[in-house]
Design a protein around this ligand. Structure first.
Ligand code: KIV
Length: 271
């Protein structure tokens, strides 16, 4: 039996079943209606409306500037397109860290105004109170450990995290804590594959990796990176499934040429 093939919609419980049966979970980001529709129809399990929208949609250097209103706009656009996947929306920087009441209010806004199924936030013990409060309102929470891009100014770089024993030990403690608090899953970003595998074996909830090797329960990539729309970003962990930048360049150049040469529109393309 294959759990994900049997079901019409993906829920947090189905994801748990998938882990239990050793079925890998496939997750991608999406930020708009048209892309989300294609990604959902192709059979993805989880769509993450990531705060990476700050980079790939808005062109900011980091994920810090994107606002809660921006994330709600992207989240609602994605939800309108999706029939099967579980939709998770990132809580943006500054909307959950210092104040658990604000974390709950931000999450309620996301759930009410987008129709998404869950929220994701970055961090472990330092955001414990926020996680407890969000969960107490019945809102499913996905954690995010390892490289947490909202803390880029603390780390200084986007290099691999938790290579040293002390940081690896803290990451494991945080993973255990996220499970104990009741998170339904967690993302682990850019840590050694061996450590990520140990975490996935240690907890019962699904661990979704990005740059964390194949020993975890599922994988996530940023859609624009894996489609080759964004050519500037090429970390070792990224597999490009398409070269959409070249395809778009070719199509736009052909259009410009057809317009300039009076080839477009032709007789059949007018009224
Ligand atoms: O914002 C995002 O796209 C993410 C993924 C990289 C996991 O958090």
């Amino acid at each position: 039996m294959s759990v994900h093939k049997e079901v019409k919609i993906i829920t947090t419980h189905i994801l748990n079943e998938m882990k239990f049966h050793g079925e890998k979970i496939a997750m991608l980001t999406a930020y708009d209606y048209s892309m989300a529709r294609l990604v959902d129809a192709a059979g993805i399990d989880i769509i993450l409306v990531g705060d990476s929208a700050s980079n790939v949609m808005a062109g900011f250097e980091t994920t810090l500037p994107i606002t809660l209103d921006n994330m709600i706009y992207h989240g609602a656009s994605v939800v309108r397109a999706v029939h099967r996947a579980l939709v998770v929306v990132d809580l943006p920087f500054g909307t959950y860290q210092g104040n658990s009441k604000e974390a709950l209010n931000s999450s309620i806004r996301i759930m009410k105004e987008t129709g998404a199924h869950a929220v994701k936030l970055e961090g472990g013990s330092e955001v414990k109170e926020s996680i407890i409060r969000i969960l107490s309102a019945g809102i499913p929470v996905m954690g995010h450990l390892g490289l947490t891009p909202q803390s880029i100014h603390k780390f200084g770089t986007y290099v691999v995290r938790a290579k040293q024993e002390e940081e690896a030990r803290r990451l494991k403690e945080d993973a255990k804590l996220l499970e104990e608090l009741g998170c339904f899953a967690m993302v682990i970003e850019k840590v050694p594959a061996k450590l990520a595998e140990e975490v996935a074996q240690m907890v019962k909830i699904p661990v979704i990796g990005i740059g964390a090797g194949g020993g975890v329960d599922g994988q996530v990539l940023v859609l624009h990176d894996m489609l080759g729309i964004n050519q500037e970003f090429s970390p070792r962990f990224l597999r490009r499934y398409h070269n959409l930048a070249a395809e778009i360049d070719g199509a736009v150049k052909a259009y410009i040429s057809d317009v300039r040469s009076h080839d477009f529109p032709n007789e059949k393309e007018q009224y």
